[in-house]
Structure formats: structure tokens, C-alpha cells
Design a protein around this ligand. Structure first.
Ligand code: MF3
Ligand code: CO
Length: 236
């Protein structure tokens, strides 16, 4: 798990070198895929339930599962990259929303709050707590800033499969949900919208967009539950 997570982290941190105005999302995918292979991994999403690409590239009002294409990034856009790797039988999964050049201050705030929500969730990912302690911490932080959490998609257990039990929603009642135990590995992944929490799916069958066209951010880490503090396996 640590090795798979390390590949995810390495590739994710290298992406800031290629993300910029004028680049296409397909170019970003090719760069990522080459680097994943170079590090001995395999892109986990390609072929998963028929998903056609190695990574997800979701721009602006696209929430998750955007498919790489000939679309070019423009100054002021945001792009959420979601990246899963299979290495030696184990999975790692992470996501990050990157600014393209200079972005509007309110969008910068959305990104900051979403990343903070992930970190607050991870702080609750401790042996003896419950899954919805994580969920609640994420929801509370996002909503305190006037944003909404997406409920249609959730975080998940991860290990020998990309998606395992338990589900890790980004909303919930503290003190509820399955008990967290040391050795469990979870992908925690808040998707936070500037406006409505509602999403719809485009005709490509994958791309999830916000119901009102306002923008959305997505941050994700794979973590290992320990007594005290979780270890972030995809830290970059
Ligand atoms: N991080 C997302 C997840 O865990 C990405 C999945 S994309 C898919 O579900 F193509 F694999 F579905
Ligand atoms: Co995930």
C-alpha cells in the first residue's frame, strides 16, 4: 500500500510542471500514464467499469470523472486530477484540484476550504473512532464556509481492490458508522461545491457536473488507520 501510494504521490506532485494554460487534458493524461509506468505501476482507473482513461481530469464545474480530451486549459481555470495506481497487487488513490495560473479569490477559497476539510477528516481517521466522525468533520467545515458537499459520490475502503468497504461519505452524524480499526486503509475524498450539492452526468456517461454551473473542488488521500494519527500513504 505504501509503495502504491508513493507512486501516486510522485506522479501527482510532478503534474504541477505540466498543468498550465494551453495544455490539453489528454497531454496531462499521457504524461501521468508514462510516469506511472516508469515507476513500475499501472493506472488503476483505465477499464474500471469501462472508464476509458488512465486518470480523471475535471475542469471548473466538473466535479469528478472528467475524461481527458483535446480540451485546452485556460488561465483562471481549475482542474481536479484524480489518480489511482495498482502496484504489486495493491491500490493507491489520490486527487487534487490545481489552479491554472491566477484564479479568482473566491475560487482559491473553495480550494483551500476543500483541502482543509480533507485534513480535518484525516484528523478523525483514528483507531477507535467511527467512519462518520470523518464524514461530519468534512461536512461541518465545508458548510461553515457556505459551500456544499457532494453526496452522490463517497470515499471508500481501498486495498487489494480500488473500492472496498466501508463507504466514507462526506456527510454524516458523528459517533455513527463502522468502527475504525488500526490497519484499515481508506480513501477519503471530499468533493465540495461552491453552490448546490446536486450533480448531473453528461452524455459521455461519466463526467459529473454541478447542477448550477458553479465550480467544484476535490481533494483525496489514501490513509492507513493507526492509534493516534493516520499515516497518509499518498502524501505529496
Ligand atoms: N477516486 C475515484 C474513486 O475512487 C476515481 C474513480 S474513477 C473510475 O472512485 F474511473 F475509476 F471510476
Ligand atoms: Co477514490
Amino acid at each position: 500500500m505504501a509503495r502504491a501510494g508513493h507512486i501516486v504521490a510522485d506522479v501527482m506532485s510532478s503534474l504541477k510542471e505540466v498543468i498550465g494554460a494551453g495544455v490539453t487534458t489528454r497531454e496531462i493524461e499521457l504524461y501521468a500514464d508514462e510516469r506511472i509506468r516508469g515507476l513500475g505501476g499501472k493506472a488503476a482507473f483505465k477499464g474500471y467499469r469501462g472508464y476509458p482513461s488512465s486518470i480523471c481530469t475535471s475542469i471548473n464545474d466538473e466535479v469528478v470523472h472528467g475524461i481527458p480530451s483535446s480540451r485546452r486549459l485556460r488561465e483562471g481555470d481549475i482542474i481536479s486530477i484524480d489518480l489511482g495506481v495498482l502496484h504489486d497487487g495493491f491500490y493507491g488513490d489520490a486527487a487534487c484540484t490545481f489552479p491554472v495560473g491566477t484564479i479568482a479569490p473566491e475560487i482559491s477559497h473553495l480550494l483551500r476550504v476543500t483541502e482543509e476539510a480533507l485534513n480535518l477528516g484525516i484528523e478523525k481517521a483514528v483507531d477507535g473512532n467511527r467512519v462518520f466522525d470523518i464524514s461530519h468533520a468534512i461536512q461541518k467545515h465545508a458548510e461553515a464556509h457556505g459551500f456544499s458537499v457532494v453526496k452522490t459520490f463517497v470515499g471508500h475502503g481501498i486495498g487489494r481492490q480500488l473500492h472496498e468497504e466501508p463507504q466514507v461519505p462526506n456527510f454524516g452524524t458523528p459517533g455513527h458508522g463502522p468502527r475504525l480499526r488500526k490497519g484499515m486503509t481508506l480513501a477519503i475524498e471530499p468533493m465540495v461545491n461552491a453552490g448546490t450539492a446536486e450533480v448531473s452526468i453528461l452524455d459521455d456517461g461519466w463526467t459529473a457536473v454541478t447542477g448550477d454551473g458553479k465550480w467544484s473542488a476535490h481533494f483525496e488521500h489514501t490513509v492507513l488507520i493507526m492509534p493516534g494519527r493516520a499515516r497518509i500513504l499518498t502524501k505529496f
